[in-house]
Design a protein around this ligand. Structure first.
Ligand SMILES: *Cc1c(COP(=O)(O)O)cnc(C)c1O
Length: 370
């Protein structure tokens, strides 16, 4: 049996939506762009959504639109996909890492205030693996210390903190639509915000610095080509129309895994939704208990792959990536919780249409290897 780590859920609805755009002359900057933005903004319940060509571009434009610049500091997590920290380096802003909570894997809110200096301008928080961060506390900290709040919700479309969707808690938030995310546009991302100015600037920056009211080829500011084509937007609209069904399928796969794995002693399972928190499942990541070493994990990953099961470690810490080590001199031991979690995680196959039979196959092989 071959089971991939992830797989997009593309039906005839998506295929037909893409084909109909191809039959029009508007392949980019056409009607599907505002239509996709509206469906996302309405879903997150924010005023503006600005679609761009990746989640990384969305993060970069948030950093630019908020006016963060050389020498500023932003507090963020070393346990994330590297883009959440790289977007700061693009603008010579310094990421100041804070260790994570060992259960939720989200930034440890109790350690943030210690990291604030005169140069701190913002907190950039990731809803890791689709579990909402403690947004209430984060809003309090940002307000009390006069800091901007940026949400990297790229892994958490549809997740809720106290019935409010993530993405709308800070000054600006973003989502990503690479094929392993909850919904996909092939490649793509979106900035969400209630701030008119951030929305206006992001729209201009994604399109070479043009301002909407100015004429053709007027570029008052330095911008980029971060546009998302109407082909991608049509795919996104079709996926958003199925978002309820998509999230429910993911929830079902995660519950089946939890059910099958809960009596397997050496594993720590991911937290499920609770009364205050609705998780949106991005990946299904289990953690080996402390008696297992990094070598043991390697053996288990290899063993699963030999059985045709897609799996991976998730995430290697950002501060230990070679160019962060070179630039900032980070070493092992700097963020001990991040490192100990990173050494023991295993992401199992996880996608909408993973069948019960496939889940049983993964679980049986994992049990044998443990
Ligand atoms: C996926 C992801 C992004 C953006 O990724 P792109 O590949 O650029 O779309 C950013 N941050 C996190 C935490 C992510 O998981």
């Amino acid at each position: 049996m071959q089971i991939p780590l992830s797989s997009p859920d593309i039906t005839d609805i998506e295929i037909n939506a893409v084909i109909s755009v191809l039959k029009t002359p508007s392949l980019s900057l056409g009607p599907k762009l505002p239509e996709f933005e509206k469906i996302v903004a309405d879903y997150i319940e924010v005023k503006h959504a600005v679609a761009v060509n990746s989640g990384t571009s969305a993060l970069h434009l948030i950093v630019k639109s908020l006016g963060l610049s050389e020498g500023d500091e932003v507090i963020t997590s070393p346990f994330s996909f590297i883009a959440s920290s790289n977007c700061l380096l693009f603008e010579k802003v310094h990421p100041v890492f804070t260790d994570i909570d060992p259960i939720t894997y989200n930034i440890d809110v109790n350690q943030i205030e210690k990291k604030i200096t005169k140069k701190t301008k913002a907190i950039l928080v990731v809803d890791v693996f689709g579990l909402p961060a403690d947004w209430e506390k984060l809003q309090q900290i940002a307000e009390a210390n006069n800091l901007l709040l940026i949400e990297d919700s790229c892994e958490a479309l549809g997740a809720e903190h106290k019935s409010q969707k993530v993405g709308g808690f800070g000054d600006a938030g973003c989502f990503a639509f690479y094929p392993n995310k909850q919904i996909t546009t092939g490649e793509g991302g979106v900035i969400v915000t209630n701030n008119d100015n951030i929305a206006k600037l992001s729209r201009s920056l994604r399109n070479q610095g043009r301002l909407e009211e100015e004429g053709w080829l007027q570029h008052p500011i330095l911008g980029y080509n971060y546009r998302l084509s109407d082909i991608n937007c049509a795919l996104g609209i079709a996926q958003m129309q199925r978002i309820g069904e998509i999230l429910a399928k993911r929830e079902k796969v995660a519950s089946l895994y939890n059910e099958r794995l809960k009596r397997m002693e050496p594993l720590e399972l991911p937290p499920l939704s609770s009364s205050n928190l609705k998780r949106s499942w991005f990946v299904y990541v289990v953690k080996l208990c402390s008696k297992y070493s990094k070598q043991d994990r390697k053996r288990i990953l290899t063993g699963l792959r030999e059985k045709g099961i897609g799996c991976n470690n998730y995430f290697p810490p950002i501060h230990l990536q070679p160019f962060y080590v070179e630039k900032y001199g980070y070493k092992n031991g700097d963020f001990p919780i991040t490192e100990s979690v990173a050494e023991r995680t295993i992401a199992l196959p996880f996608f909408n249409n993973l069948s019960e039979g496939q889940i049983n196959y993964v679980v049986d092989n994992l049990r044998t290897l443990l």
